[in-house]
Design a protein around this ligand. Structure first.
Ligand SMILES: *Cc1c(COP(=O)(O)O)cnc(C)c1O
Length: 456
């Protein structure tokens, strides 16, 4: 397994500086921050009886976001008796579609009942089906893969860049064959995948690009919004997401014919004029979902900006700290949606497994986790589909054998099993700046006392 090269001198300088500063009781100087906290016992981890950096409890406002405007929007939709989008041409769903297209910078938007449905709509609308292959990430929500399986196409999972947790473009290119129809990059944690290279590969092999921007509303890359770079982009408004209505989703794009086809697919095969012309499930967004989304719309951009300010602040504080390294951003990344604020845990600098760090920092009042427990290449669906009659009919025995053998993705395994440390950003990154200092101080306190992690 390769590790990001760390300048040894820089790391040693860093640790030396920290040790000097913490020799002063009650004060921890995180890298370049000069944060002072009084009255706590910094020499002993809270999990071993020391005083915690902050009182236990969530950081930032609870999520999903609710205010009176959101509640009023639901009440007025209830009273209006317009509950399905087909009852009105200017109801909450079509209003939201227009507003969302404008917000992220595309000509068209089609609402759906979830992000998974949005992705599935695109796969079907692009004519991808049995015998076809779509290349995507193992490090995502199962909805990404489910959207390909629903059309009985083959989701080909490839390994990741260990520092960005995004699809590795070299691995993508290696897995292209004559049946490959599309690439589905996932902008994990709301930060851009390597779109410049992915778009170049797609162009070279004439593949479609379906962006899974479910975690990435408003995030920008090389002057464009995520979800506006590929042929189509997909968003999720599930309760944990940055813009949320419980369950909801949207497809965005600039190609009118393709977007009309997306409308038709999600409308159980009926086009905008009501003619039943193709295969499609019923994936329509309902008016209550549209109402909640419109209710929270006014603050969406300012919340996005606050999250970016706080994420940039954390990243600046962690700069040069080799033990916990923020998610790598590719050149051209202008902002992120920060579904999670994610970092790579380098255990050689802590002398302890990630699980001990997570326990210790939770006791300091800062909850972090490891996101998904396993890459989706290690889940039972792989054996399930390769045993199905439909898949055995559409894909040769040798292809299915090679397919299963290709589910060996060591970088993804290392991320899930050893290095991922993150916390959800939707609410937490809206907290006061002092809470960001608490997060940094908790990290630095655990780091300074890392010899105590052995005792856990
Ligand atoms: C949430 C999510 C999905 C699925 O969206 P749902 O609305 O939950 O169906 C797909 N991909 C990613 C990356 C997600 O985060």
């Amino acid at each position: 397994m390769k590790h990001k090269k760390i300048s040894r001198r820089r790391f040693l300088n860093t640790t030396a500086a920290l040790s000097v500063v913490t020799a002063v009781p009650g004060s921890i100087k995180s890298l370049g921050s000069g944060i002072q906290i009084q009255g706590s016992n910094y020499k002993k981890l809270a999990i071993l009886g020391g005083d915690p950096v902050r009182k236990a409890g969530p950081i930032g406002p609870p999520w999903p976001y609710v205010d009176e405007q959101v509640v009023d929007a639901i009440v007025s939709t209830t009273r209006s008796r317009i509950w399905s989008r087909i009852q009105s041409s200017n109801g909450t769903v079509s209003t939201f579609e227009n507003a969302f297209a404008t917000l992220i910078g595309t000509k068209y938007c089609v609402g759906t009942g979830s992000g998974t449905q949005a992705l599935s709509t695109c796969v079907e609308a692009l004519g991808i089906g049995p015998g076809d292959e779509v290349i995507t990430s193992p490090y995502t929500d199962m909805g990404t893969i489910s959207s390909i399986l629903t059309s009985r196409a083959l989701p080909v999972l490839v390994d990741l860049d260990p520092d960005s947790y995004q699809l590795d473009p070299d691995e993508v290119e290696k897995r292209i064959n004559k049946n490959t129809k599309a690439i589905m990059p996932v902008h994990i944690f709301g930060v851009a995948a390597h779109m410049e290279r992915i778009m170049a590969i797609a162009k070279k092999y004439k593949l479609k690009v379906i962006e899974d921007a479910c975690q990435a509303p408003l995030a920008r890359y090389q002057g464009k919004g995520l979800g506006t770079i590929g042929d189509v982009g997909c968003f999720s408004f599930q309760a944990s997401k940055a813009i949320a209505c419980g369950e909801g989703g949207a497809v965005t794009g600039n190609d009118q014919a393709l977007m009309d086809q997306c409308f038709t697919v999600q409308n159980r095969g009926a086009n905008r004029k009501g003619s039943n012309e193709t295969i499609g499930p019923k994936y329509r967004m309902n008016e209550f979902e549209g109402a909640i989304l419109m209710g929270q719309f006014p603050g969406v951009r300012s919340r996005f900006e606050i999250r970016n300010d706080n994420a940039n602040y954390l990243t600046s504080k962690l700069q040069g700290f080799a033990a916990l390294v923020p998610q790598k951003h590719y050149p051209g990344t202008e902002s992120g949606a920060y579904y999670h604020y994610a970092m790579t845990y380098h255990k050689e600098h802590w002398g302890a497994e990630r699980s001990k760090f997570l326990k210790a920092i939770a006791a300091e009042g800062v909850n972090m986790g490891s996101y998904i427990k396993t890459g989706l290449h290690r889940e039972p669906w792989v054996d399930h589909i390769t045993g199905l009659k439909s898949y055995k009919t559409m894909y040769s025995a040798s292809r299915l054998k090679e397919y299963k053998a290709g589910m060996h993705l060591p970088n993804c395994d290392k991320i899930t099993d050893e290095t991922m440390v993150s916390f959800p950003g939707s609410g937490a990154l809206l907290a006061e700046r002092q809470e960001m200092n608490n997060i940094i101080n908790a990290i630095m306190k655990v780091y300074e006392n890392r010899d105590q992690l052995k005792l856990l």
